[in-house]
Design a binder for this molecule. Sequence first.
Ligand code: NI
Length: 264
Amino acid sequence: MKQERARWWTCPQTWLIGAVLALLLVGAYGLQRYMIQGAGPVAGPVPVIDKMVSQAPSTKPRPQPVDCAAMPCLALTFDDGPNPLTTPQILSALEAAHVRATFFVVGSRVPGNEAILRRMYADGFEIGNHSWSHPDLTKLPAVQVHEQVIRTQLVVMAAGVPPPTLFRPPYGAVNQTVRSQVPLTLALWDEDPEDWKTADVNQIVTKTLAAARPGRVVDMHDIYAPTVQAMPQLLEKLKSQYRLVTMSELLNLTPGQRGEFFGR
Ligand code: NI
């Protein structure tokens, strides 16, 4: 008796090939969304990588949360590092004073300085994202804005610490593209004592003390020697009046919280 020929759609190989093709299509769609559209206001599920780099907290959990509504707090923030010479000295000054701060790191400066980031994390400092190469993001197309953020998230994670939840836009420059493409909390500042502008240590101390108010976010830089030299005197004075905390502690920010924050 002649055997009936199997029809192609009943053949197990057909189903297997079909399943593989479907998986490849889904994967390619996800990759394309990640590469091109980023974390903008896109409906539907967020690409896994954006979730991964935007949800986990970058400070160690504190057993006793600081209540900055009940005491005068101040958040010192340090931008533009890590620098292998000056950043460790800033860290030592902060550690000697037993205070906290937030470091907004430039991603391209992380390779070679990974141990500095691990030290920041181990000692309870907050690590924020300050873009990959410090451009004015309002002059870049959306895809490049997103890339500036994600590359830095990845290099921080590669250093062995959790991804930042805060993003400080270079020059404080924000527009609608930045708001839609940055999947992190936008962390700005309200006081700039201009430590980047002068080599006069006393002037840095005086201007920073004059700018300090409860609830303020102070913008400094961990890449200049005069800032390092100003730290011991500055911290001693600030400590007598304020609890020095991270930016997330000051503003009680939760990971993934969207919006633009200054001091309060
Ligand atoms: Ni900067």
